[in-house]
Design a protein around this ligand. Sequence first.
Ligand code: AMP
Ligand code: MG
Length: 506
Amino acid sequence: MPDDPKSPQIGAGEATPIAAFDNSYARLPERFHVRLNPTPVTAPRLVKLNAALAESLGLDLDRLPDEELAQIFSGNRVPAGAEPLAMAYSGHQFGGFSPQLGDGRAILLGEVVDRSGARRDIQLKGSGPTPFSRRGDGRAALGPVLREYIVSEAFAALGLPTTRALAAVTTGEDVYRETTLPGAVLTRVASSHIRVGTFQFFAARRDVEALKILADYAMARHYPDYRDAERPALAFLQAVAERQAALVAGWMGVGFIHGVMNTDNVSIAGETIDFGPCAFMDSYNPAAVFSSIDEMGRYAFANQPRIAQWNLARLAETLLPLIDADQNKALEPAQAIIQAFPGLFESRYVETLRRKLGLFTPGDDDAVLASDLLDLMHAQGADFTNAFRALCDAASPGLGEIAFATKFGDPASVQPWLARWRARLADQSQTTDDSAALMRSANPAFIPRNHRVEQAIAAAVTRQDFSVFEDLHAVLSRPYEDQPGSEAYAAPPLPAERVLQTFCGT
Ligand code: AMP
Ligand code: MG
């Protein structure tokens, strides 16, 4: 395995100090990772830098010219203090277990402690082959890099837990997929890159010692309050389950379909990770699937909670030896957590829907009220995002109500539902203005609609025109604000613009 961290670098020169790296994953035993440098590229060019994120990470990039930033974020120049490595992990992909996946095209540069005191990974994606690449080239194409940039940053602006995009760089090299495409590298920032699959890697090798080290590490990093629990591994499972429930509820609240909820794409920290064939629904359809490789609809919109539970069960299996030396004694409490997940999810999802309906406190019939609206949307092909956004102005009779009703094929048919909803609002001590304000913070006007993302990618890939990407990114940075002049970004696709299928980033 190429494990010499000091292998020669094109344009290496003096290592640039950009951050106070404080690496902890590199301190874990050797079987957790393989140390190696990114593979240099011929002509890196900076496409985008996330200056606000860099600032929050305490990075010192202001003085650096774009050429230098391109060298750093392509992997050509390894910054001082970085200890590049590829992480080992396994994973269930579409239900089938792969004992050895790992970072096949990503390299963790290291960690920094950000201005809020949180430890954050800085990782290059598309940075060249590693011992985990199998038959892959270790590279990424520009399209998927831009998609991840747009969607992960839109997620952050929507207030959903997510990895972030720090930089995008083109490499000046081609990558070969179905066609020849421009290559690119994304710099990803995450609370960590520990996945359910990281636990599976060691469980598959019956390496209980490593599992214990990993669990202690993950707990210290993400759930420090649980370390003193009577059975820490059980508390850890519960904590991960809670974050997954909140995460998937958040996704479904904005009509998001992850598309590849494989266990190697499930972050222990509860962040959305891996924006591969992901998509946002336009018209509401619980069976919506976009990914070209998801032929069975395993990861369909409404199936996401069940899959989250399935993935948690795989995590639970790896933790059994840590929960109790007697497997039988470990099984029952672990199973109880998994079985409680649907209830946990449901309560988070209803909370999400309640905010979308402008409801401040729980009521017995809220879930039914919400699902009846979703049923109407489904039956009449209403646009999910726009119908909820219009509802913000429909609390009182008037133009807002008409605008809401016209989102439905048969506007008159929504009147009985509106009457029920208004009666529920009237039962609250808050005013309808209060409700409207709550709803405006829960129902975005702008989401990264698939056709807009594809237009931004097409312009960049075919014409080297990044202005479409920039404009879309700017609109999506304020998703809850009406932005006069940007109404077109809220429009559903025309029939010819509809994206029917999405493809993996590989
Ligand atoms: P993903 O579909 O991105 O979740 O990746 C699944 C696995 O395939 C991970 O182990 C990746 O590192 C690996 N992989 C994906 N694309 C490539 C590539 N172009 N070269 C090498 N490995 C890859
Ligand atoms: Mg992945």
